[in-house]
Design a binder for this molecule. Structure first.
Ligand SMILES: *Cc1c(COP(=O)(O)O)cnc(C)c1O
Length: 485
């Protein structure tokens, strides 16, 4: 609504000052929850925003009076404080059914790995020193051995994440030189991680060979010259090309590398480590390549993530030939992307669980292994508990969960979900209200219903989930209002 000039003047005068706002008991109450300066900052921001609305004639005097009378300013402050207190890395309930959910922190680590991480964080620890000789050594010596034994590789090394591993690989072997990649494998992993961009930043000249759907070993061979530093395969983890397709396998690439004396690398991403005695995850995941097969193919270095199918903390792991791993270690960039003691402690514990035949206990692997007939009674129990809450209509329906994180993009895992509809809130408002709960609850929306997939619920999550819905019963309209500061 347009406001006249004199009306604007009146509106400006009617705006409260920050001091007035801060003297109000409602603001004083907020200063008991957060520092006074913070309330003041939010008050200044809210008043400035209203002043701007008046200046641009989007807020007239009458509407301003109405807002002030309703207490909108204090509602906005209250919401800003609540939002501030809810920020940051907080435990949440993942009811999305996406097991390796990047937005929700990917793999929840095993309790023993979490305990090892907490202990390393709060204490001194034997990190970069040999306890026999008291001399400096490599912090990831033991990790390297665990990785080598688990994958059949000669050596291993750990860095911050798989993106860093790939960057380090390109920089070490193709920095100032050329790297040959198939056009079908110039992928974007997400979060602006694109293979060609990474190569450019690693100062590696990209030499594309083949076509989107077909690349042959002769294509690589023809492109090799005396500037070639690396032949690379990238696992197209988040998409699949089907139909008239031909790609060069890791063994062919490794053989070519040996013949031409060029280093070969394979970015696997997901990092499925299959171990004797564990439930066969590989077959469930639609033939996701195994790290040990990639290693056995003879490529010099294989990169994969620590927090995808391995189920450990965030890390990038590289295994391969001793000389190649040593070259990575010598690169100063390794120093910039190496692992910290907390992550190392968690990774070592996760790999020890694998070594000790306890792979199926690792949470993300256990969640991926859950069968629909095991999930059905849990969805039904959840639906029963929710049906007792006002305004909710719940049904149990067959659905499909996803591995997530680009691991096996075309694979869906059968599950049963509780589909929830609210009498007054639409699915979008309902899911927002659930995200605002403490702990936040993340869900999936489909056909106007909020879906709760028990596959990704960890111990204790069911109670929190039901409580989130009961909390909502009392304050559904407020939750839907979405106040803004
Ligand atoms: C996920 C992925 C990456 C990036 O791994 P982060 O651990 O997220 O850094 C790199 N390459 C491939 C093929 C991937 O799937």
């Amino acid at each position: 609504m347009k406001a006249s000039n004199s009306d604007s003047q009146a509106a400006f005068r009617a705006l409260p000052s920050v001091d007035e706002v801060m003297r109000d008991p409602r603001a004083v109450e907020l200063t008991r929850r957060v520092p006074r300066e913070m309330v003041q900052m939010f008050a200044t921001g809210a008043i400035d925003a209203w002043r701007e609305e008046i200046r641009t004639q989007r807020l007239a005097g009458g509407e301003l009076e109405a807002r002030l009378a309703r207490g909108d300013l204090f509602a906005a402050l209250d919401a800003a404080v609540a939002r501030e207190l809810g920020r940051g890395v907080k435990r949440c309930v993942n009811a999305t059914g996406v097991v390796l959910n990047t937005g929700l922190g990917r793999a929840p680590v095993h309790p023993e790995a979490a305990a090892a991480m907490a202990l390393a964080a709060r204490s001194y620890c034997v990190l970069e020193v040999d306890r026999e000789t008291n001399e400096r050594n490599q912090r990831d010596d033991y990790l390297g051995d665990l990785l080598a034994r688990a994958t059949g590789a000669e050596a291993g090394i750990g860095v911050n994440n798989c993106a860093a591993a790939v960057m380090l690989m390109f920089q070490t072997f193709a920095g100032g030189r050329e790297a040959i990649v198939s056009r079908g494998e110039l992928v974007e992993i997400g979060g602006s991680f694109r293979v060609p961009d990474v190569m450019a930043r690693a100062n590696a000249k990209l030499v594309e060979v083949g076509t989107t759907n077909r690349t042959r070993v002769a294509d690589y061979e023809k492109a090799i010259n005396d500037r070639t530093g690396l032949l690379v395969k990238v696992h197209t983890s988040n998409f699949k090309i089907v139909g008239f397709v031909e790609e060069v396998g890791p063994r062919e690439l490794a053989d070519l590398g040996v013949r031409k004396n060029v280093v070969t690398g394979f970015d696997l991403g997901s990092g499925l480590l299959e171990i004797a005695g564990a439930t066969e995850l590989a077959s469930k995941l639609g033939g996701e390549p195994l790290v040990k097969d990639a290693v056995a193919s003879g490529v010099d270095v294989v990169c994969f993530s620590g927090d995808k199918l391995l189920g450990g903390p965030q890390a990038g792991l590289i295994v391969g030939k001793r000389g190649a791993i040593a070259a990575l270690r010598k690169n100063p960039i390794y120093r910039a992307v190496r692992l910290d003691k907390v992550t190392l402690a968690g990774l070592e514990k996760t790999l020890e669980l694998l070594r000790d035949g306890r792979a199926d206990e690792i949470p993300s692997r256990a969640l991926l292994n859950l069968r629909a007939d095991e999930l059905r009674p849990r969805a039904e129990a959840l639906a029963q508990a929710l049906a007792r809450i006002d305004d909710l209509k719940v049904e149990v329906i067959p659905e499909r969960s996803q591995p997530g994180s680009g691991a096996a993009p075309d694979v869906f895992l059968d599950t049963f979900v509780a589909a929830v509809r609210h009498a007054r809130l639409g699915a979008t408002a309902l899911s927002l209200a659930l995200r605002r709960n403490d702990p936040p609850v993340f869900t999936r929306i489909q056909d106007g219903a909020v879906l709760l997939d028990p596959r990704t619920l960890l111990g204790g999550d069911e109670e929190d989930l039901v409580r989130a819905f009961s909390n909502l019963a009392g304050r559904a309209p407020a939750a839907a209002r979405q106040p803004r500061a």
